[in-house]
Design a binder for this molecule. Structure first.
Ligand code: DER
Length: 224
């Protein structure tokens, strides 16, 4: 319950960075959830924004909240993207993908002028790597792709959900990998995306502009 207070505090605080007229990226997960709910509250109070979601789940939530939605034909860039993370290190490098939305999240993050990450304090770690790194792979040839990941000591596991292989919003599989402590996220991100069957990976390097950390007492801390 308290961890939820931390997520709620971070999610709501991030919405203060949104101004009238902005185009906003909506993240995925239980922390970004609170940002989407707060945006809904403020839209109903007159905030003029439009948004694009990073998952089917977040799009459904945005529709329920009557947040006006955009398509990619309607904008060159977004002003602000608010999204969660599974880990954030001291350089604000991220592990993302715990919710399986990493591909759309990275596209939206790269289309945004500012990425604001919202996380409870436990996500803030000295080095990335304790959380298994999600890697999105095509179903075609996944066994071969797994052998490439194994060859680079990734120890890939095919993500399951409800007893079946998890399928992302984009129709792909997720390999949850364990590389150990990741000292050089940039080189690993590049190396992974060079493997033909890899579509994207959960390392978000040099993308975070602002981190909003939430604490169990409901306070927040801003790092940038
Ligand atoms: O899947 C994702 O990338 C989510 O943003 C995840 O990293 C954070 O989810 P949480 O806020 O529910 O912990």
């Amino acid at each position: 319950a308290n961890a939820d207070a931390a997520k709620k505090a971070a999610g709501i605080r991030a919405v203060d960075f949104i101004e009238n007229g902005m185009k906003v990226g909506l993240g995925t997960g239980s922390t970004a959830y609170w940002a989407i709910m707060e945006i809904g509250n403020r839209v109903r109070q007159g905030l003029q924004i439009s948004a694009i979601a990073t998952s089917v789940q977040s799009e459904e939530l945005a529709r329920e909240q009557q947040i006006p939605l955009l398509t990619f034909t309607a904008f060159d860039y977004l002003d602000i993207d608010i999204d969660g993370a599974d880990e954030v290190d001291e350089n604000l490098q991220l592990t993302k993908g715990g919710g399986g939305a990493l591909l759309r999240e990275k596209i939206i993050a790269s289309a945004s002028r500012k990425l604001i990450v919202v996380a409870d304090e436990h996500k803030f770690v000295p080095h990335l790597g304790a959380f298994p790194l999600p890697v999105e792979v095509t179903p075609f040839g996944w066994e071969y792709t797994f052998r490439q990941l194994t060859a680079m000591s990734g120890r890939p596991k095919l993500r399951q959900k409800d007893g079946k292989t998890f399928i992302t919003d984009n129709g792909n599989y997720i390999a949850d990998c364990n590389f150990g402590i990741i000292k050089n996220p940039k080189s690993l991100e590049t190396l992974l995306n060079a493997i033909p069957g890899v579509v994207e990976n959960g390392l978000f390097v040099d993308r975070t502009n602002i981190l909003v950390l939430g604490f169990e007492d409901g306070t927040t801390k801003i790092l940038s």
